[in-house]
Design a binder for this molecule. Structure first.
Ligand code: CP
Length: 306
């Protein structure tokens, strides 16, 4: 079944049927990842460029692996080693890359809206791999896949996103995606990190982490983004860890089952204690594995059916 758009720019406005199709298609590709030969010929002859203007470990490697597992030709663009360092514009860069006959572009950029801009200046399918503080749709899709895999459903679950909501593309994509799939979504964090428009998105605000753990089935814990000046929004890292960090004592005190997700990279001892980051409630590395299957599904659905 084809998706309703030929690009994946975000999850805002993406229909439930599209999300369902991506998650269901990913189940097949997840099985491929368990085979001795982890490769299918699905995108043979297609060329995908990974255009990463911002650092990344998980997303970049995950997309590259997904492309290779689908037998596509994967080209990695590194800003430092490219003509961007000589002053070439994004528009000229993408038009020159496209002149070499590529089919799909995966883009990460510090500026919100970059993927939308690319749809105006080139013909390739565009996939957003994270644009500034806007959206990170494949992260939210892999989070939803992982929640559904573990708990059997998304509809009716109570999910709280904890941390710097105002500057998190992971939070925004999850709010859109989870609500579309029927989850009840809330957010929790320092008041300085909760955007003023949050109620317009249909989510509740919880200011106590203990209440967030007590009242929800799932928590998605966000990284404190020190590179985006997160330190300016609370007095000290120690204070953040004390009031909003998740440790084993907090989980034990709640005395209930809770599923913990984190997009990575983790600031150990800040948003999660090491004990919790490696503990029985979390599925952090499972999210990373599932991410390859989910990205294979997105590439397949956009690359062959749109
Ligand atoms: N989760 C995530 O986007 O991680 P990277 O920044 O390492 O890609």
């Amino acid at each position: 079944m084809a998706l309703s758009s030929r690009h994946l720019l975000g999850l805002q406005g993406v229909p439930k049927e599209d999300i369902q199709t991506i998650l269901d298609t990913a189940i097949t590709f997840r099985e491929v990842l368990e085979r001795p030969i982890k490769r299918v010929p699905t995108l043979q002859g297609k060329t995908v460029v990974n255009l990463f203007y911002e650092s990344s470990t998980r997303t970049r490697i995950s997309f590259e692996l997904a492309e290779k597992r689908l037998s596509a030709d994967a080209i990695n663009f590194s800003v430092a080693a490219s003509s961007v360092s000589k002053g070439e514009t994004l528009k000229d860069t993408i038009r020159n890359i496209e002149a070499m006959k590529v089919d799909m572009v995966v883009v990460r950029h510090a500026c919100a809206g970059t993927p939308q801009f690319l749809t105006k200046v080139c013909d390739s399918n565009i996939i957003n791999a994270g644009d500034g503080i806007h959206e990170h749709p494949t992260q939210a899709l892999l989070d939803m896949y992982s929640i559904r895999e573990r708990l059997g459903r998304i509809e009716g679950l109570k999910v709280c996103i904890i941390g710097d909501i105002a500057h998190s593309r992971v939070a925004l994509s999850n709010i859109f995606g989870l609500r579309t799939m029927g989850a009840k979504v809330s957010v929790c964090g320092p008041s300085t990190m909760i955007p003023k428009y949050i109620n317009d998105l249909g989510v509740d605000v919880i200011f106590s982490v203990d209440e967030a753990i007590r009242e929800n089935d799932v928590i998605i814990v966000l990284r404190i983004q020190l590179e985006r000046k997160a330190r300016e929004y609370f007095p000290s890292i120690r204070e953040y860890a004390r009031y909003f960090g998740i440790d084993q004592d907090r989980l034990d005190k709640a005395g209930k089952e809770i599923l913990i997700l984190h997009p990575g990279p983790i600031n150990r001892g800040v948003e999660l204690s090491s004990e919790v980051a490696d503990g029985l409630n979390q599925i952090i590395l499972r999210q990373v594995t599932n991410g390859v299957a989910v990205r294979m599904a997105v590439l397949y659905l956009l690359g062959t059916l749109n």
